[in-house]
Design a protein around this ligand. Structure first.
Ligand code: ME8
Length: 663
């Protein structure tokens, strides 16, 4: 593998909110970049927003805003979205930035000076959704199939790029570089497209019709066609043509796109580069489409949209990332939905991974003084050890071949083999026999080391959770080079006595995540009237930037009155049902007072007792004790009531120690 990696996503249009399709491509890019970086590569990851053109101009007008104010607002939503999902891009480019505009003008001038651009009158069918002229052949029943609308007939004076002149060269290049466009089906699609004339490309729009764009350097009455402008982001972000980033990363360029923009990336972009005398990219990786849970194209009218930020809020960003990578085959279309996510989460993350971690931690803390012992391996340990050592070697080529789901499945199979080892060796039995202490230590060491190995290979998919997994074992972060030798977890490591439950079992929400639901907190809920009714921008799906707080409702209390309520972080140590009481659970909690407290809580219809152990909740600690069904309850656990009456515990950052004051 090349030691340099430069991965890009499409720059997304800012005429609407970030959605699951954008999320998917951006998560794939983040995964690829993190994987390579862990594997020793010097990796650079670029994303951004596409902000010029007719479509954006129309959307700004409909929102009643100046184009710049409009694009500033939506572009920021994308930044916030990627922060929420743990995307670690190195740069975020916007086409309205001067650093980009200058490079677009420079490339246009070069191509113009080389005689590759001419002026002509043109009549054709234009789809504003695609922002391009369509050929009759591309239409289905006279409509653009991507946007389900009849393109407009347009006649206007445009500048044209002599794209057709580069067709033979491009065909030759694709034929002699098998990995240029992948997976292969898309390569064949492009070769077939290139087997007939592709014509020249209109690269300008009259400013009087589209005032929102980059003026042509030689004729300011025309602005640059949005695709010619947007594609250049991949080099302008690297500071083209000056050395530095461009020289380092461009030779390794690898674009990730969805199949909807194949032609622009596989035909327009390489011919543009060729005409400008710039080497072309290394790879074009084409992803399939995510469909609704019903297998149909997602649309507002069908109500089958999947809202990524509501899902991330409910199940965690890493769970969503993992699910998108694991349950799709890159390059092919896949159905996605909340139910599928919950099933995948419970099977792989809560059961296979989280459970094993919790069990190993509990045994080490209970029987080995919370210290990882040195192993003394036996023959029975060989399968797990040997498989661990070989794992990275199996996963690497799968990632290289864009088979992300298969790569993650390899790691999960290994986690399952660790689970089998754990149950075969029965460490809880070994713990009963003082003479078998060494054997107990070895089995638990191997499970911990195996979890460490898995955590490094899963980290590109779940960066935050994998770090937490290692923290729960007292282990530092590691690279792939540090897992190839068995035994990297140092004997003598102290295992923290407390750690949050990594993947508490998930239940499908009573109601599916509603379309256009806010990204979580009540503060992010769309406020009536916040957006002009006619705006094509859907209601907030990412928390709007700087929402003002809403006015207090109902009776007011003073800060002093509120101060009398003592709220404390409580760790649930045990939970049981209260006999003959459907609604009540008896909880044993640690509120950092030395002694434990008993609290009776009316949440039995909403939580199973075993789900609660290990969670940190908020307790009203100075509530007058009350006797419920004969049990003295010393405090009250806070929960929120959902619209349908379901109760959800108010949980708190698991890093906080029991007894922490909440105010
Ligand atoms: O096309 N499933 O921006 P865009 C999977 N600005 N991926 C999807 C998807 C779906 N249902 N819907 C969208 C543009 N995508 C241009 C790009 S690049 C120089 C300019 C993803 O906001 C997929 O990656 O319409 C697709 O290519 C991209 O979003 C289109 O985003």
């Amino acid at each position: 593998m090349s030691a340099i990696s430069y991965v890009t996503t499409p720059i997304y249009y800012v005429n609407g909110e970030p959605h699951i399709g954008h999320t998917y491509t951006t998560v794939v890019g983040d995964f690829l970049t993190r994987f390579r970086r862990l594997d020793g590569a010097e990796a650079y990851y670029l994303t951004g927003t596409d902000e010029h053109g007719e479509k954006i101009f129309q959307a700004a007008r409909a929102a009643g805003l100046e184009p710049q104010a409009f694009v500033d607002r939506i572009s920021e939503r994308f930044r916030v979205a990627w922060r929420l999902l743990g995307i670690g891009h190195d740069d975020f480019i916007r086409t309205t930035e001067e650093r980009h505009r200058a490079v677009v003008r420079q490339i246009l001038q070069t191509v113009y000076d080389r005689g590759e651009i001419y002026y002509d009158e043109y009549e054709g069918l234009y789809c504003v959704g695609c922002e391009r002229f369509m050929t009759e052949k591309e239409l289905v029943d006279g409509q653009c199939s991507d946007h389900q609308r009849v393109p407009e007939k347009r006649r206007e004076g445009n500048y044209f790029f002599r794209m057709e002149n580069h067709r033979d060269w491009l065909r030759g290049h694709i034929q002699s570089h098998p990995g240029f466009i992948r997976p292969e089906g898309y390569r064949n699609e492009v070769l077939s497209l290139l087997s007939e004339p592709i014509g020249d490309l209109s690269i300008s729009r009259p400013r009087e019709r589209v005032p929102w764009g980059i003026g042509l350097p030689w004729d300011d009455a025309h602005v640059t066609y949005v695709w010619f402008d947007a594609l250049i982001n991949y080099v302008s972000a690297l500071g083209f043509p000056q050395g530095g980033l461009f020289d380092r990363y461009w030779p390794a360029a690898e674009h990730l796109i969805g199949k909807d923009i194949l032609k622009a990336h596989a035909v327009f972009w390489p011919t543009m580069l060729h005409a400008a005398g710039v080497p072309v990219y290394q790879h074009l990786n084409v992803g399939g489409y995510l469909m609704g849970p019903d297998g149909r194209k997602m649309s507002k009218s069908l109500g089958n949209q999947v809202e990524p930020f509501a899902l991330a809020e409910r199940y965690g960003a890493d769970a969503l990332r993992y699910y998108l990578l694991k349950d799709t085959v890159y390059g092919q279309d896949s159905s996605v939905g909340e139910k599928f996510l919950v099933d995948r989460y419970n099977a792989d993350l809560a059961n296979d991974l989280g459970n094993l971690l919790a069990r190993a931690r509990a045994l080490i803390n209970r029987h080995l003084d919370g210290t990882l012992p040195a192993p003394v391996q036996e023959t029975a340990d060989q399968p797990v050890i040997a498989a661990g050592e070989a794992l990275a070697a199996r996963v690497r080529p799968l990632v290289h071949d864009l088979r992300f789901s298969a790569a993650l499945e390899e790691v999960m199979q290994y986690v399952r083999s660790l689970n089998r080892y754990f149950s075969d060796q029965e460490p809880w039995q070994l713990a009963r026999d003082p003479a078998r202490r060494e054997r107990l230590g070895t089995v638990l060491y191997n499970v911990v080391e195996g979890l460490r190995v898995a955590s490094v290979l899963l980290e590109p998919a779940m960066p935050e959770k994998c770090r937490q997994l290692r923290a729960g074992l007292g282990l530092p972060d590691a690279t792939m080079a540090q897992i190839t030798q068995w035994g990297g977890a140092p004997a003598g490591t102290r295992i923290p006595a407390e750690a949050p439950l990594l993947f508490p079992k998930a239940e499908m929400a009573a109601e599916a995540v509603p379309a256009s639901s806010p990204a979580g907190s009540a503060a992010a809920a769309p406020r009536p009237g916040a957006e002009p009714a006619s705006a094509p921008v859907p209601t907030a799906t990412v928390p709007p930037v700087a929402e003002p707080a809403s006015a207090p409702a109902g009776d007011e209390i003073s800060i002093e009155e509120f101060g009398r309520v003592q709220l404390r972080v409580a760790l649930v140590l045990a939970a049981t049902r209260v006999p003959k009481a459907d609604k009540l659970l008896q909880l044993t909690v640690d509120v950092g007072e030395g002694a434990q407290r008993t609290v009776v809580s009316g949440i039995a219809a909403h939580y199973a007792p075993e789900e609660l152990v290990g969670r940190k909740v908020v307790l009203v600690a100075n509530l007058k004790p009350a006797r419920l069904r004969g049990i003295l309850s010393a405090g009250m656990v806070l929960a929120a009531i959902g619209p349908d009456g379901t109760l959800k515990l108010v949980e708190i950052d698991p890093q906080l120690p029991p007894g922490s004051v909440v105010r």
